[in-house]
Design a protein around this ligand. Structure first.
Ligand SMILES: Nc1ncnc2c1ncn2[C@@H]1O[C@H](COP(=O)(O)OP(=O)(O)O)[C@@H](O)[C@H]1O
Ligand SMILES: [Mg+2]
Length: 333
């Protein structure tokens, strides 16, 4: 070995032991950071899954369970869900859905009971008379024939009314909306009852506001509604009484009314007259042969045309049935 003077000797090679100590320290640090990162990941994953399970999975499981319950026909017992905003909104929508289903189901059951109840009485009368005829207990005279006819007609009316109501309910009323001249519509609706009005000596007054715009309506459905209201007014107005029918514009729509000076309707019964099969006691007692469906159908038809219908009445002095229709925008000039 020789050393040249003035030259710095090269540094001694690092000790192999020193190198591995430093490396392994660094490796350890790296490993530890991996472990910590891993642990943090695990903790985060755990927290996230806890959060997801609490806020999303659990509420969804509850909702699924509730959906199965509702599918099985159990509409009661809502579902109490606490979770994310979206999940809570879903739960709220589900609650509304099951409430609607429950209401519809109750309505359907009531409807079936009501229908069978309404069918029973004319069927019983027909059957009683037919059996009595068969046994020779009564003879087929004019009186018996008219009872048979009357009850047969009642059954036909009931079936037709139920068909109309089903169409209204299903939103399947086909409308041909067009501008309708109300003066013409009201006068021709009254003309249909000319004979009955004359027989009962009822005076009809038609009042159309001057310059009234056309209504946007279905001519056929409108005359069906007017026919319904006029037949009630005619039934309840006293002999020699009066019926007022008319139309006026009010706040961007048209109000049409049919009023009579009949017995009126008690305030408590007023909102009920639009319910299916509802007849006030006095009208049942009269045995007028109505189905109790006329006003529900009329209201449904008016609503299908974009209007509202309501009743105003003062017991003792008469009843007014009112409804609205939209104004046809292409107005008369
Ligand atoms: N103009 C009226 N005056 C008094 N009561 C009325 C009048 N219109 C309707 N009602 C009451 O509302 C009930 C329901 O009417 P509606 O649905 O047309 O059935 P219906 O005519 O078949 O009895 C009637 O039975 C009657 O009790
Ligand atoms: Mg009626």
């Amino acid at each position: 070995m020789w050393v040249e003077s003035g030259e710095v000797p090269p540094p001694p090679p690092p000790h192999p032991g020193d190198l591995s100590a430093e490396k392994s320290e660094r490796l350890l640090a790296i490993n530890l950071s991996y472990v910590f990162t891993g642990l943090l990941g695990v903790v985060l994953a755990f927290l996230l899954s806890y959060y997801l399970s609490n806020r999303i999975s659990k509420p969804l499981a509850l909702l699924t369970e509730a959906t199965h319950r509702v599918a099985g026909g159990d509409y009661g017992g809502g579902v109490d869900v606490k979770g994310d905003k979206e999940v809570e909104e879903l739960a709220e929508a589900f609650k509304t859905l099951s409430e609607n289903l429950a209401r519809n189901e109750a309505l359907r059951k009531k409807m079936v009971t009501d229908i069978s109840h309404e069918l029973r009485s004319p069927l019983a009368v027909l059957r009683g008379h037919l059996e009595a005829l068969e046994d020779g207990v009564i003879e087929l005279d004019e009186g018996v024939l008219s009872v048979l006819m009357e009850n047969n007609n009642l059954l036909s009316r009931l079936v037709e009314d139920l068909r109309q109501l089903a169409l209204v309910d299903a939103g399947q009323i086909e409308l041909d909306l067009m501008p309708v001249d109300l003066e013409k519509a009201l006068r021709s609706a009254v003309a249909v009852f000319e004979r009955e009005l004359a027989e009962k000596e009822i005076n009809v007054e038609v009042t159309i506001e001057r310059g009234l715009p056309d209504a946007l309506a279905d001519q056929g459905r409108l005359s069906q509604v007017l026919h319904n209201l006029l037949s009630n007014a005619l039934r309840y107005a006293p002999r020699g009484g009066r019926i007022d029918i008319g139309a006026r514009a009010d706040e961007g729509e048209i109000i049409i009314w049919v009023a009579d000076n009949g017995p009126g309707i008690e305030p408590a019964e007023l909102p009920l007259v639009f319910e299916r099969f509802y007849r006030t006691d006095s009208s049942r007692a009269r045995d007028t042969g109505g189905t109790g469906l006329g006003l529900s159908i009329a209201k449904g038809l008016v609503e299908a045309q974009g209007g509202r219908m309501w009743a105003e009445s003062e017991p003792g002095s008469g009843t007014a049935m009112l409804f609205t229709l939209p104004i046809a925008l292409a107005e008369k000039h």
